[in-house]
Design a protein around this ligand. Structure first.
Ligand code: SAH
Ligand code: SF4
Length: 404
């Protein structure tokens, strides 16, 4: 089990994400009556076999587990009164046991003509987290939180400022995606045509599915390893086990917790790995990404290349361009030399300054030069679009200050 501490921890106290469970450790199933401080158990925390066992414990036929799962993952509903294929007498019993309400929308913000929507969620214990839905002409991306807050403490990041509150459960992560899928299925998110105009006006003509999930909201996903991997399985397993989104369309973004990257490589998942590098040299990275004092640039990249070799997936190197801090030409060249010939591309992110930040985004000419030097080194580069900036909803920039 991963730690589920509800207190803030010192910034560099990164839990060991790869500590093996002691032999004979109880499985989550046996923890049905979780203690205070833990989110209620939900079917999205469990494998289908575990769901069947819970259903059987309630004296119900085990196949009800698949029926219930189909409601949640196929129709995005968890309201007992809508489950007409279940006997009236069992509906509440089953829904109470396996479909508790985990997140309540506290506040919704939208921009980009309604195609970008940020939701502030309140969890069972009052914890606040955020997710963002971004609809494009050809895809819909859900950016989800994996922790409430974050313990890594990168000085440029809004989430990092407040420290870690707690890890999210797998079901709390999956619920963010299901909520987006529900909105889309109900035609409540306007479409955008490839020419930039709004799509069909009737809600029915305007429905869509979540095609991509990125773990780029609040938190360091690999510091909440077990719940994140369970959530990835639920997101990608076919209905009724899960949501049926392609593994290749899921991106896990990490600051580079090396043992956890190595462990992820062994999961047999072909999810995309994003590594938030932000500096090619240890001296600067030690300050921008404090966990670099534990795992250096060379070790992080070596783990990333092993991941790329095992999965065949191109690694995304995230680099927030910060004016006069990490945007020098020599750093572009050093980055290029580290990445040339590797299965990687660079995603440059113009810094979105946090409220009290003394830092800001690079000048356009400097950004162009950075791109040019990487391109000259044969490294593919994209500059991340700035969707959702006006609502602090761009991925990784969810402002913990967005209180109601
Ligand atoms: N903790 C993980 C995932 C969440 S952050 C990680 O750091 O990778 C998602 C991305 O947004 C990371 O690449 C992060 O470095 C970036 N980010 C955070 N704050 C930012 C800011 N103020 N401006 C631009 N990018 C930022
Ligand atoms: Fe945490 Fe990522 Fe923010 Fe760093 S950038 S503080 S790891 S959420």
């Amino acid at each position: 089990m991963t730690e589920r501490s509800s207190v803030s921890r010192p910034r560099l106290d990164v839990p060991d994400p790869v500590a093996p469970a002691p032999p004979g450790a109880p499985t989550r199933l046996l923890l049905a009556g979780r203690g205070r401080g833990r989110p209620p158990r939900h079917l999205a925390d469990l494998t289908m076999a575990e769901r069947r066992a819970v259903v059987a414990d309630l004296g119900q036929p085990p196949y009800r587990a698949a029926q219930l799962s189909r409601h949640f993952f196929g129709r995005f509903t968890q309201q007992a009164d809508q489950m007409s294929d279940l006997p009236r007498a069992s509906r509440d019993l089953l829904a109470d046991a396996l479909l508790p309400r985990l997140l309540t929308a506290e506040r919704e913000l939208s921009c980009d003509a309604g195609t970008t929507r940020k939701t502030l969620w309140r969890a069972f214990d009052g914890t606040l987290i955020e997710s963002v839905l971004m609809r494009y002409p050809d895809r819909v991306t859900m950016c989800v939180s994996s922790q409430a807050g974050c313990g890594i403490g990168c000085p440029f990041c809004a989430t990092g400022q407040a420290g870690l509150t707690r890890n999210l459960s797998a079901a709390e992560i999956v619920t963010q995606v299901v909520a987006g899928a529900r909105l889309l299925a109900a035609g409540q998110v306007p479409g955008v045509s490839s020419r930039g105009g709004l799509g069909g006006s009737s809600p029915r003509a305007n429905t869509a599915r979540v095609s991509n999930v990125v773990f780029m909201g609040m938190g360091e996903p690999l510091a909440n390893y077990a719940s994140v991997v369970a959530a990835v399985r639920r997101i990608t397993d076919p209905v009724p086990e899960g949501l049926g989104i392609s593994q290749r369309s899921v991106t896990v973004s990490t600051v580079g917790l090396v043992p956890a990257i190595t462990r992820l490589r062994g999961e047999g998942l072909s999810v995309t790995l994003a590594v938030s590098l932000h500096a090619p040299d240890d001296e600067l990275r030690d300050t921008l990404v404090p966990v670099n004092r534990r795992w250096k640039v060379g070790e992080v990249l070596a783990a990333a290349w092993d991941y790329a070799a095992a999965t065949g997936r191109r690694v995304s190197i995230e680099y927030a361009l910060i004016r006069d801090i990490n945007d020098q030409a020599w750093r572009a060249d050093l980055l290029g030399s580290l990445l040339t010939g590797r299965l990687a591309h660079v995603n440059l992110i113009p810094l979105n300054p946090t409220p009290e930040s003394k830092w800001t985004a690079s000048r356009p000419a400097v950004q162009r030069e950075f791109v040019r030097r990487l391109t000259a080194a044969g490294v593919p580069v994209t500059v991340r679009d700035t969707r959702g900036r006006e609502i602090d909803g761009a991925c990784g920039q969810l402002a913990a200050s967005a209180r109601p």
